[in-house]
Structures are given as structure tokens and as C-alpha cells.
Design a protein around this ligand. Sequence first.
Ligand code: BTN
Length: 261
Amino acid sequence: MTGEGFRERLLRSGFVRAVHWFDEVDSTNDALRRLAAEGAVEGTVVVAGGQTRGRGRLGRRWHSPPGLGLYLSILLRPSAPPMQVTRWTVAAAVAVCEACRAAGATEVAIEWPNDLTAGGRKLAGILAELRSSGSRTELVLGSGVNVSHRAEDFPQGVDGTSLALLVGEPVVDRVALAESYLERLAAVCARLERGAWSEVAGRWETLSRTGRDRAVRVARGDASFTGTTAGLGARGQLRVRRSNGVVEDVHLADSVEYLER
Ligand code: BTN
């Protein structure tokens, strides 16, 4: 698959304003951050065949073998204040989940905040990185999807799955997936921009299966607590009700373990 295939098809949507393709790059988030520093417009997309230093949340590595996954970042400058930025991670999780389901992987679900899983194995993730100065918010929203990986393409210790494995095809079209994801992201972001957060949060809860009434343990620094998920709060944070009735806000820096399946 060449970069031109991505460029032509992604530019069809009014949401995407520029597309930069790299056969290989360190990280599409880092490449887009460099372009943003040079004045890239909102809606600039970086997409790569492979990544040498793909990054996940909480300092983890995102295994990014060439030709097998979708590695894509988009630059957004939402009008919302930085404290609401988790809403855009939620939006991206909704859009990736919908695109994967539309590609035939109907069992894919979201786990807080941004893991896409099927049968307990990880399919995709989102890394949202924010820079803000004053009231201006600049967001690099990176999505990684395991697309055409076979079981042996995952390194030891990585419990992953791919769209190809889930739909039973040897190869799944990455360009079509990217197009489908960005169309859905445009629609969800438009809802956020017009203040319809509750619609987006409701969609996230429908697609998550674990966003309500699931027992969890939340680790925050050296401390942890247990409780039951209670949907999303106004800033996009997960809410967890402890046994004493107190509802805690769970943020992106916290890690959540699901206690029963
Ligand atoms: C996670 O699940 O921890 C998030 C994984 C995010 C991976 C994507 S791949 C495209 C973009 N570039 C990166 O370096 N990371 C994100």
C-alpha cells in the first residue's frame, strides 16, 4: 500500500486538511508534533507504514511492525478548555470502535479510557497528547490498530488480536479503515463542538460494556481502591463508586484493572 492511496482517500473528507505519509517513522504522534511546531493546520494527518518508536499510554511501547497496522495521528485544535480534553480521547475511542465494528469485528468493545479489545485481547489504542497555552488547546490524537497481524506477529508477552484474526481474512484494507475512522471521528467531534457531550458519552457507554456496573481496581501512584464503574463525568473522566458510596473521578494517568469478566 502506498502513501498516495491514503492521501487521496483521506483528503476526500472536509475534516482532513493535509496528509503526510511515511513508509517508516519514529512515532506518528512525534512527527505530527514536529509539523505542528512548524505551523501545520488543524486536520493535518500523519500516517505511517511502520513505527520504530511507537508509543502507548503510561510510557508503554506500541509494537508497530511495517505493513500490518494502522498508525495514524491527527492534529486538532478544539475550542474546549484543556480540562475537557479527555472528551476527545473518548471521541476517538468511539470512532475507532465503530470503524472496527463496521469492518466486521462486531465483538470489539471499549475499555476505559481508550483500549479497544475483543475476547480480552487488545486490538487498538489511542494516545492523546495535549499542549495548551492560555486558552488555546492543541491536541495530537494518535490511533494504533492491529489490522493484518497474524498471531505470530505479536511479540512474546503481548496479548493482542487484529482485525484480520477477528474477521477471518488474511489482510484487511488499512486505507478503508482509516477513511472509515476519520469519517466517524469528524462526526463525533462535531457533536462535541456543538456541546452534545451527553450523546457522545452515551455512545461510549453503549460501546464500552464495562463503563457501568463493572467491578474495578484503580491504581493511582502507590495507592489503589476498588469500586464499581458509574459512567463518564462531564470532563470525560470515568466515575467509580466505592463501597462507601463516594464517587471518585478516574483520570487518564490512573490505571484501571477489571476484576471480573
Ligand atoms: C495505548 O493503547 O497505550 C495507546 C497506543 C497508541 C498507539 C498509536 S500508533 C499511532 C500513534 N503514534 C504513537 O506513537 N502512538 C499512537
